[in-house]
Design a protein around this ligand. Structure first.
Ligand SMILES: NC(=O)c1ccc[n+]([C@@H]2O[C@H](COP(=O)([O-])OP(=O)(O)OC[C@H]3O[C@@H](n4cnc5c(N)ncnc54)[C@H](O)[C@@H]3O)[C@@H](O)[C@H]2O)c1
Length: 415
């Protein structure tokens, strides 16, 4: 089976990027030593559908070291880095992806990766699993199981399971504490601002930043905006999250009000149409629109196109839409998750945690294949804690241990 990539000549540049992240992923490095000796996935086929940048590549190579044959495809057409994919192919991984794939090419890549006949898979956002269930149910019945990376993918998996149609077990990696507390919050928090700043080269301090959604990602994006000196406004639909945002020191208001004052917008809700026609009608001139949620449906692009009298490229990854009254808005990374479409994604040290969970979850699915049912499973607590302990050890940080008296005290009802 031949890979489908842009240019194998780019491999040395991609390898350099992989070598850099490899130095900053100590937990994965520890797992690699163990996997190399034990080969827990010997002879199995793994398909990985994730954002194809250097950290993902290192995970793919780790699965290879565990004994698996590995194929990859992208989980978003704008997050694939062609040089990294070329390096993977040079390392013997099959790859079906290129930057800027059209919708049809993106679907073709997913299907070509599935032609690789995986036993186990990693998905990000649910497109691989959805394709298996909608178009390839016979093949889906043969899959041992897999692991899902993100909030949106888990919502889709739960919807499938609720209809009684999920055909194999999936581990909800996103819902592990060592994932969402760090990847969603600190990873998205930092990488979203890295991408916005490098893409626009504009100042953040003193501006009004509007963060839509105060979930794990939104909290990180808002906290970093505050640190950069912005005045932060949060929009929410959940009264508890809205209260949390208020207590964290942010203003809360509906988007239609925020649209009148915001300079920079980040949607991160996992929902659709968060910024739409009614908001464009009142939005400030030169507002910057970006999305960090999984799909490019949070900033409504159809309404933007319908209202714009002209559209032009203003900078790399920046489209300028001009309305009839002369107001302009700038859309970053086509409204796709900005930290990957216009950046390099989360820092390597953060993805070290997530991908250690992914690697251990895949081994768990494989070793428990005879007992797991076609359901969405939480990552077992001991895996979560092991990743936490590995990280502390890697950082050289030690902590206290419970004494016998404390264990007894915490587990009894008498004084
Ligand atoms: N960019 C990245 O690298 C990255 C990383 C992790 C997750 N994600 C994605 O980001 C999205 C959010 O993930 P999360 O873990 O923060 O989810 P979450 O469920 O913790 O938070 C989402 C929040 O959005 C709010 N919300 C829903 N509809 C809304 C609306 N119409 N207006 C305002 N708020 C609304 C919800 O009440 C909730 O508080 C998902 O699509 C997830 O897959 C992206």
């Amino acid at each position: 089976m031949d890979s489908m990539i842009r240019d194998i000549q780019l491999a040395p540049q991609g390898q350099m990027k992989i070598d850099w992240v490899a130095q900053h992923m100590p937990i994965l490095n520890q797992l690699r030593q163990d996997f190399e000796k034990r080969k827990p996935l010997a002879g199995k086929r793994v398909v990985i559908c994730l954002h194809l940048e250097a950290k993902t590549a290192y995970l793919a190579l780790t699965m290879q070291l565990a004994g698996a044959e590995v194929a990859v495809c992208g989980s978003n057409p704008l997050s694939t880095q062609d040089d990294v994919v070329a390096a993977l192919v040079a390392n013997g991984v099959k790859a079906f992806a290129w930057y800027g794939a059209t919708d049809a090419e993106y679907k073709m890549h997913l299907n070509r990766a599935l032609d690789f006949q995986p036993d186990i898979l990693i998905d990000d956002g649910g497109d691989l699993v959805a394709t298996l269930h909608a178009e390839r149910p016979e093949q889906a019945r043969q899959i041992i199981g897999g692991a899902e990376e993100t909030t949106t993918g888990i919502l889709r998996l739960r919807a499938l399971a609720k209809e009684g149609r999920l055909l194999f077990p999936m581990m909800a990696v996103n819902d592990a504490q060592m994932k969402y507390l760090f990847d969603n919050r600190y990873g998205t928090g930092q990488s979203t601002w890295d991408a916005i700043m490098r893409t626009t080269n504009l100042v953040v301090a003193g501006k009004v930043v509007v963060v839509a959604g105060y979930g794990w990602c939104g909290k990180g994006v808002a906290a970093r905006a505050k640190g950069l000196g912005a005045r932060v406004v949060v929009t929410e639909i959940d009264p508890i999250k809205a209260n949390e945002a208020l207590m964290d020191g942010f203003e809360v208001m509906p988007m239609v009000e925020a649209a009148k004052i915001g300079d920079i917008y980040i949607t991160v809700t996992g929902n659709r149409d968060i910024i739409r026609r009614e908001h464009y009608e009142v939005i400030k001139d030169k507002a910057i629109l970006s999305n960090a949620g999984h799909f490019d449906v949070e900033v409504n692009k159809n309404d933007l196109r319908a209202m714009a009298t002209s559209v032009k490229k203003a900078r790399n990854n920046v489209e300028e839409y001009t309305f009839a009254d002369g107001r302009r808005v700038y859309l970053l990374g086509e409204g796709r998750l900005v930290n990957l479409a216009a950046g390099d994604g989360h820092p390597a040290e953060v993805m070290d945690l997530t991908f250690a969970l992914q690697a251990m979850s895949l081994e768990y699915v494989f070793t428990h294949r005879d007992t797991l049912e076609p359901k969405v499973y939480s990552v077992p607590e001991d895996i979560d804690r092991k990743v936490a302990q590995f990280r502390l050890a890697a950082l050289g940080v030690s902590m206290d241990q419970l004494t016998e008296e404390q264990i007894h005290y915490l587990s009894s009802w008498q004084e």
